[in-house]
Design a protein around this ligand. Structure first.
Ligand SMILES: [Zn+2]
Length: 674
């Protein structure tokens, strides 16, 4: 078959080399029209069944997602003005379509009728597909009377705008801050690339000397390395007052009102759907059973970590020789770490050339799950550095594949992530294999040399490979529950955080490391230092995450329209319980807490810790049986990895572990006695 528009070919791998911005809007518009036509036809059937309604809807939405996946991916990794414009035209079109489907009464009633008539005769997988879809309808407000339905949709629109404004304010406030360096001595301790950036920033403004911006790498470098306390203090103040009524741009981008509006809209939406609070609505799609369970979980961890965190802090003050200001903590912590463990991420780089790391990581996948990962040349990609890997299962059949885009470059979003290109599909007449994008932002190599990774990069790579395996090893036939789809937010980081553990194992490091010139594996004493430094200040790091999680959760759970947002009040109460250091009165951390106010972590920030407990406990099973134990790996595969969103996550965990999760393994990993 030939296509005028390469996006329309959803049967093969995307032809990235042929996709142009001009293809985007016509392909998406045409596909949405096709979906609407097909939906109308499906609903016109006299008595639809699972096979004649649910399966075609799954296949239809698989095609829509597959068609748009390369577009959103290119927007993230090969961005340009024209593509961004086309992408932004499509987003509201897609949102409108999905809202329309979510509130489609006839479709909802069709699914309900199928559940009633066929439900008991369907296998477990199909029953879960129905149950999941029905829940999604209810969470989109399908059952509401017309006026409330409209109000719910209006609230969703309003929230989209408010959350985007919150993010814009944070971005604008970040960019508004520039710190000229009057005295060169203030640069002492900073890495060369930060100083160079300061020089470039000054030059771009037609000034001499150095001007430091507030981007994250600069901020982190100043807090960790700048000897000048005055410089650190300025950066701390600027960072923690962004988009607020305090600090260098006080009142200019203030998120105070936006936060109040976001909390009010979320609460109203939750009440419309019949939930007492937004926290309860958030938990409707999560593994954690209810609000008291989340609070109890976080409280228990706080109790476990606080003594250690207090001791770490006291030791740090003793090391510094004076009481610490908030802008001193990271600086002295970094110095103490370097002194105590004599580890340097930069020094270890030559032992981790990317080809060797990939080889070792694929070897781990072979030993655990019998997979063969091999590069396939001549696949059309978006950049010459990008590589495609085909994955064969234990029986030698191709189960899927993934693109590896490893290096930082211009017009590519920062960070690391796994994204779906295609989800596994197997319904009457149509099938597709799972395909993923694995994206990182490692320092690119010099021409002709292999890239050399830091060990923390290796850990990141394993993390994203864990998500990739979750996506590829699925045995679910329906895209709505295959791979990571339908997996609760607080369980989805289990396979990824679990995979990280192999990057720390003495059994695995010789597979992963080979010095670029000598080929020698990482020396035992370097390995020893690296492993020992892993738990350094784990208590302080944990109580900080617990503070964020408790604040986020209580803010949404305790919201009362009559009393308003009470952001400062809730934060103070949480800090009184779990914080080791008291921030200065001008600190407005919440005003730039984008995860919760602009992103998907609202009343769900606890998910990080929740999944960390699962991952540590799951890995303990491997430690007990041997890190390459085939039986344990097989059990993890069949209980959790292969089943995606098809299973109850707690039941799946119990099937794998033989009992419910316990926090002991995480505490042990963080160097705390259980
Ligand atoms: Zn992740």
């Amino acid at each position: 078959m030939t296509y005028n528009n390469p996006l329309e070919n959803t049967a093969d791998l995307p032809d990235y080399g042929a996709i142009r911005p001009v293809h985007v809007v016509p392909a998406v518009t045409e596909e949405l029209a096709r979906c609407r036509r097909q939906l109308a036809e499906l609903l016109a059937q006299p008595s639809p069944t699972f096979a004649t309604l649910v399966e075609p809807v799954e296949a239809m939405h698989h095609r829509l997602a597959r068609l748009f996946a390369p577009v959103s991916h290119l927007n993230a990794v090969a961005n340009n003005e024209e593509l961004r414009t086309a992408y932004n035209v499509c987003l509201p079109l897609l949102a409108e379509y999905h809202a329309e489907v979510g509130q489609n009464d006839a479709l909802y009633r069709g699914y309900e009728a199928i559940e009633k008539l066929e439900g008991p005769r369907l296998d477990a997988q199909r029953q879960r597909v129905l149950a999941y879809a029905l829940r999604e309808f209810r969470l989109a407000g399908v059952h509401l009377p017309p006026a409330e339905k409209a109000r719910y949709r209006a609230l969703m629109q309003e929230l989209a705008t408010l959350q985007s404004r919150f993010e814009e304010n944070v971005l604008d406030a970040t960019q508004a801050f520039l710190r000229p360096v009057r005295d060169e001595a203030e640069l002492d301790g900073l890495p060369a690339h930060v100083i160079a950036r300061g020089r470039e920033t000054a030059a771009s403004r037609g000034e001499g000397g150095h001007t430091l911006p507030l981007d994250y790498p600069t901020y982190a470098a100043v807090m960790n390395h700048a000897h000048s306390g005055a410089l650190r203090r300025d950066f701390y103040e600027a960072w923690y007052t962004r988009a607020s009524d305090q600090g260098p741009s006080a009142g200019r981008f203030d998120n105070g009102t936006t936060m109040a509006q976001i909390l009010a809209a979320r609460h109203e939406a939750a009440r419309l759907l019949g939930y007492p609070s937004y926290a309860d609505l958030s938990l409707a799609t999560k593994m954690a059973p209810d609000a008291p369970a989340v609070i109890a979980f976080l409280d228990e961890l706080a109790g476990r970590y606080l003594p250690g965190a207090r001791a770490e802090y006291a030791e740090l003050e003793a090391y510094a020789g004076h009481a610490l200001e908030p802008w001193d903590v990271a600086y002295y912590s970094e110095r103490l770490r370097t002194e105590r463990f004599n580890v340097s991420e930069e020094r270890l780089r030559p032992w981790f050339p990317l080809p060797r790391v990939l080889h070792g990581m694929f070897e781990v996948a072979r030993r655990l799950y019998g997979l063969t990962v091999s590069e396939r040349p001549a696949v059309s990609t978006w950049h010459p550095d990008v590589r495609y890997f085909a994955v064969l299962g234990a029986d030698g059949h191709e189960i899927g594949g993934f693109y590896g885009d490893f290096f930082a470059r211009d017009n590519k979003r920062g960070g690391a992530w796994m994204a779906e290109v295609s989800t596994r599909l197997r319904v009457s007449g149509v099938s597709a294999l799972p395909i993923a994008n694995l994206v990182c932002n490692f320092t690119p190599p010099s021409p002709g040399e292999p890239a050399e990774l830091r060990h923390s990069d290796v850990v990141t790579l394993f993390h994203e490979f864990g998500h990739t395996l979750h996506h590829l090893l699925t045995e679910i036939d329906y895209p709505s529950l295959a791979g990571i789809n339908g997996v609760p937010w607080d369980a989805v980081e289990l396979p990824s955080q679990l995979m990280e553990e192999w990057a720390w194992r003495p059994e695995v490091l010789p597979l992963l490391s080979a010095h670029v010139s000598s080929g020698e594996p990482l020396p035992a004493e370097e390995l020893e230092r690296l492993l020992r430094s892993r738990t350094f200040h784990a208590g302080l790091a944990a109580v900080r995450q617990l503070e964020f999680a408790l604040f986020d959760f209580r803010l949404h759970a305790e919201y009362d329209p009559a009393r308003g947002p009470r952001v400062a009040e809730v934060l103070d109460a949480v800090r009184a319980r779990v914080s080791v250091l008291t921030p200065p009165p001008f600190n407005r951390f919440a005003h730039s807490f984008s995860h919760v106010f602009a992103g998907g972590y609202a009343a769900g920030y606890y998910s990080y810790k929740w999944a960390e407990v699962l991952a540590a406990d799951a890995f303990a099973a491997f430690e007990e049986a041997g890190v390459f134990d085939a039986g344990t790996a097989g059990r993890f595969l069949t209980s959790i990895l292969a089943r995606g969103g098809e299973c109850d996550q707690m039941e799946a965990f119990v099937r794998f572990r033989g009992r419910r999760p316990e926090v002991r393994a995480l505490l042990r990993k963080d160097g705390l006695a259980a």
